[in-house]
Design a protein around this ligand. Sequence first.
Ligand code: SAM
Ligand code: SF4
Length: 346
Amino acid sequence: MLILMTFSHGPMTQPLHPTQLIDRFGRTVDYLRISITDRCDFRCVYCMAEDMTFLPRAQILTLEEIYTLARAFTELGVKKIRITGGEPLVRKGALELLQNIGRINGLKELVLTTNGSQLDTMATALKAAGVKRINISLDTLDADKFKAITRTGDLHQVIRGIQTAKSVGFARLKINAVILKNRNHQEVCKLVQFAVDNGIDISFIEEMPLGVVNQHNRSDAYYSSDLIKADLGQYFTLTASPEKTGGPANYFAVAGTQTRVGFISPHSENFCSTCNRVRLTVEGRLLLCLGNEHSVDLKQVLRTHPGDMTILKQAIVDAMLIKPEKHEFNIHEQPVILRYMNMTGG
Ligand code: SAM
Ligand code: SF4
């Protein structure tokens, strides 16, 4: 089901000149995730099919259009922007875009999610560009398993990238690990130990049913956050931490260390009531919810009214009216969301 709201000045409009984005459920949206490319040098089994077709250039936002949108959202009260993809660092001009977004007045935090493949060479420039924090995907510390999960990736290159990012002074690096039963669930303690040894954080993510994948059955591969907590409890003492980073993770401190362990649990612990985020796809579709298709075509608004910030901002404000109350994920059914995570901007 594709729910696409066409932009209108009709009765479904919110007040002019707002400085905040608030949806029908009273939630303030101050966090935007932007997917700057659907392309990637990896093909992770939970994220993509092996033979993906990527979008033609004319269909994707230009870097200037992405920057204009970032500015419009910031003027509407967005404080935090995460640049993601696909693999954001494989897009030509990504660094310059980050620099420009980093300089937008009113933006408090520019952060990045990456698979780490380019970090070894780009970490210094990312720091200079004003990126405050980096999340790096790492599901296993076994090189063969890493190759099997990512289909093309090189574990050692990613580890080098993490070490370089640390050495150039990024504080609070975080690993993201998607845990699949019988693929990497046996490694959760090793991954936490790696995070502890490197003085970084780690979040475990329950797999979400986005797009059709063919290497595993998502229902069979489900490994809940509670099971991970129980596994970790045998080796580490975790104490609940009130800290939030503006995302959906619940954090625990690992006693006696600097490391925090987060759990992103779309299935076992719904986080929708405090949702403060929206996502912009590389096609310029504003997705109001990760687990629903409600969206607004902001590329069309931009290209129909070039340079008109007022119309663009009004379209964004109006979009808040169709932000759904909660996601509709059901890991035990065929996915209703056919777009893959690389399109969505995780
Ligand atoms: N390429 C970058 C990376 O891998 O970090 C950024 C984009 S990736 C889509 C963002 C995050 O989404 C990664 O941490 C990845 O593990 C996660 N992800 C991808 N597909 C997922 C799925 N089906 N369920 C849950 N998380 C997923
Ligand atoms: Fe690429 Fe990230 Fe998706 Fe893996 S999770 S295929 S690295 S976009």
